[in-house]
Design a protein around this ligand. Structure first.
Ligand code: SF4
Length: 228
């Protein structure tokens, strides 16, 4: 029989398993680099983003004024390793326009969270997950990021509003369950990602190494046959 667990128990287990690991956006990464990374990582693996970021860094283009002055061809060539490079160049340019409208990045990220989130969501190419990444890791304001990793863990633990529930429904549920504050929320998201990359993999998760195994539906059922 499975032991019971609540969100606080999941948070504590993730911290115990992954709290000491390196995380590229924690604790205080450069805000502009976080924003560029959060747009480039859409629909690709972080390793590809690192290659694109290295190209941009090498060209001195991880500065707003330099990136804004790149011609289209040069810009696309630099971010090509992240895939969908034409679209992503357009998204980054839309973000640069938003920065210019607000008189600079510092002013933009100091907007109150609801105002900043609304401005980000009104920008082409920025959806709720990217907006919340920017809020949490670039603006350093509290935000709950809902991604496929989070849905996977909680679905396997039979917690939460369900894998098909909306982004807003997941946020509303977790808002009452997670410890508040930017530091706690940024650690939680980082540990969710680490857990899914290292142990709670989509196929063949390493449940024998997981501190949540006694509380999880997956080891007992051995997972759905299609995902073994
Ligand atoms: S026991 Fe396995 S499926 Fe469950 S959370 Fe841990 S790694 Fe994921």
């Amino acid at each position: 029989m499975r032991a019971e667990i609540d969100v606080a128990g999941v948070v504590a287990a993730l911290e115990a398993m992954h709290g000491q690991r390196h995380w590229h956006w924690w604790p205080d990464a450069d805000p502009f680099e976080v924003i560029v990374g959060s747009i480039l990582v859409q629909n690709t693996a972080w390793e590809n983003v690192e290659r694109a970021l290295a190209n941009l860094r090498g060209a001195g283009a991880l500065q707003i004024s330099v990136m804004g002055a790149l011609d289209a061809e040069a810009f696309e060539a630099l971010i090509r390793p992240s895939g969908q490079f034409r679209q992503k160049a357009k998204k980054l340019r839309a973000f640069l326009d938003l920065v210019n409208e607000h008189g600079g990045l510092e002013t933009l990220v100091r907007l109150p969270a609801p105002e900043l989130r609304a401005a980000l969501l009104a920008t082409w190419g920025i959806g709720p997950e990217t907006a919340d990444c920017i809020l949490l890791y670039a603006a350093r304001q509290p935000a709950i990021i809902i991604d496929a990793y989070l849905r996977r863990i909680f679905a396997r633990l039979c917690l939460g509003p369900g894998p098909a529930a909306s982004y807003t429904a997941w946020q509303a549920w977790l808002a009452g369950e997670l410890p508040p504050g930017r530091d706690a929320l940024s650690r939680f998201h980082a540990e969710v990602v680490q857990h899914c990359k290292l142990l709670c993999r989509k196929r063949r998760p390493l449940c024998g190494e997981c501190a949540l195994a006694a509380t999880c539906s997956w080891p007992a059922a051995d997972g759905p046959e299609s995902e073994r």
